[in-house]
Design a binder for this molecule. Sequence first.
Ligand code: ATP
Ligand code: MG
Length: 401
Amino acid sequence: MQLSILLLAADRSSVQALAAALTEAGHGVTVATKPEDAVSAAAKYSLVMIDAVAPPVTVADVVTMLRSASPPVEVPVLAVAPSAALDDRIALLEAGADDVIARPFDEPELMARIEALTLQAQRAQIGPGVAAIGDVNRHRLVTLFSPKGGVGTTTVAVNLALVAAESQPNKVLLIDLDLSFGQVASHLNLMPKQTLLELSRDETALRDTELFRTYVIHHASGLHILASPPSPTFSALISSEQVEAAVTRALEAYEVVVVDAGTAVDQRLGVLFSQSESVVVPVVPEIPALNAIHTLLDQLAESGRIGAQTLFVLNHTFSRDLLKQADVETALGSKIASELPYDPIVYLKAVNEGVPVVRGAPRSQPADRFRSLATTVFGTGLVGSLPVAAKPERRGLFGRR
Ligand SMILES: Nc1ncnc2c1ncn2[C@@H]1O[C@H](COP(=O)(O)OP(=O)(O)OP(=O)(O)O)[C@@H](O)[C@H]1O
Ligand SMILES: [Mg+2]
């Protein structure tokens, strides 16, 4: 992909090597040394990279100038932080930079970030304004993933998919790709006879959309489900090529596909990430886990395996939290898209009865949170006019099949 890059530097000589590397990679590079020149010319370029500016102005000041210009500059902005310190990175993201790269950086890392930023900007341009269901280029494949288990990945996946299916019955598919202990069917009180395992053994169905449809289960809500294999022993039998074929058929057969990818970081996850418009990552307020997620996602982004929009959902699965949202954002190096408060009853009841929150307790605060998260993930075109279900679905605690 050839880009026109505006590179803002304190002086030309300091960016000679950088400009040469970008030109070598096939991009057009213009160097500016005055922030005001960069701000007035920025809109003409496909990406602005701010390397350094002469004091007392800071790189963050220039990002703010770009974003508060009239009209605001919408092109992707890559800011260079003087060090890898989190504070520097957060300040630049808060000022409005789309991505931050810390000194010292090497060439492949820089090129991968430029590529990822440009892809994101292109995706965002495809559907300006609200995203509507059936708008084939936006929010069609949403992957839920967390490197840590027990953080609410399945709960969020199931509730998001149900909200989408409320507005588009029979047009939303939820795939359980947690191949170790997939729990989607259990959250929905379903007993699948056919799963991804049987599908993966049927080569014709992996190639034929209509046959593919025969492997999904229909839930009373209008949501369709492709269940995970019955036991973790089958996980190794499902290849990344089969996952890719299943996702491709799913996107042909359905308007929206939500995937519960569980926790495994493997080739199959790479396939999913490369096709997803959004990756939703539930996180719990625990610093070591957050640091690990930050590192993992940075590595995936740098290797080009994740170009999608990543949304973090802060899920308070404990009754007491010692960390505030700001602490969590600092550890993640990213903003939280949505917060799910702890609830001692609603979630537990939902998993025990097999009736997810948005159906079993549609007027509860957790259900409200899932609806607004769905708007963030899918766009208001999909969920904007959703009625809140008047009557909750009831099922006895022991009324599961
Ligand atoms: N905000 C919350 N408040 C209280 N309980 C919650 C909350 N979010 C999730 N839970 C509960 O936490 C448990 C784990 O949730 P869930 O199964 O969705 O997590 P998971 O990340 O998919 O786990 P696994 O790694 O086992 O697949 C469930 O019993 C769920 O009801
Ligand atoms: Mg799960």
